[in-house]
Design a protein around this ligand. Sequence first.
Ligand code: R5P
Length: 298
Amino acid sequence: MRGAVVAAMPGEEAPAQRLAALLGAALAPVEVHHFPDGESRVRALDAARTTVVYCSLNRPNEKLIELAFAAAALRDLGAERLVLAAPYLCYMRQDKAFRLGEAVSQRVIGGLLAQSFDRIVTIEPHLHRVRSLSDVFPGREATALSAAPLLAAMIRRDGAVANGLIVGPDRESRRWTEALAAALGAEFIVLDKTRRGDGEVSITVDEDAPIAGRRAYLVDDVASTGGTLAAAARLLAAKGAASIEAVVVHALCSGADLDRLRGAGLARLRSTDSVAHATNAIEVAPLLASALAQEGAL
Ligand code: R5P
């Protein structure tokens, strides 16, 4: 991608630089000024014919409008192909109106980003009823990368595979819990979760699940409030796990949530740097670079 540009939205300079270095592309920060009345002025400093915009979409509401402005500014500077590298993609969970009158935010955000970008690259988007990321971005290229190999490599480095038990906290996690366990050659189980509210879940497990004495690794795509991991950790502790830790792709939880997780018996939480977080332990830049390496420099 020599000759291409990676444009970093505010706060994304460090991970964008890691990606740019791997791609041999130039880094160009995008400047944002916040006016006293809450509006934003966005200024792109450089663009190439192929420009990658780096923006992880946690806490997304303000970012989304500024991203649309940045895309427009980059086109004005001559970008012909705009690729959004959003390691965390927001609003993927609301993929239907669960109650009459609710907006299907996944569809709205998909349409919005499709207006600005030719291709969207992300990692482990939370797709449930929608099977393919392409369905979210009508008429655009969409790439959903799996973080399973990164997580598997880290767990392997722990040297814990022999007594390790990979634990998916809910049925939705089965597919990728299974993929992770297969990559490790480790045993896995999937728990049964019922959500009762934003931070409130209850979790059960089969009576004969082989938990006692095992080094349990909870794995999940997202830790939002950490409620799921906390409930799962309490259950694993009650079932006699020798140790309990967690590895997630996207860590969104707060410091108070981390305290609650410790209280629930979780010895350690590690995450990828898809979202900047105190628990970051795995860089996603190589994964993103592998998907972007074929983009022409032009
Ligand atoms: C849900 O299906 C996801 O995979 C996560 O388990 C969920 O988003 C985690 O949310 P929280 O941390 O708030 O329990």
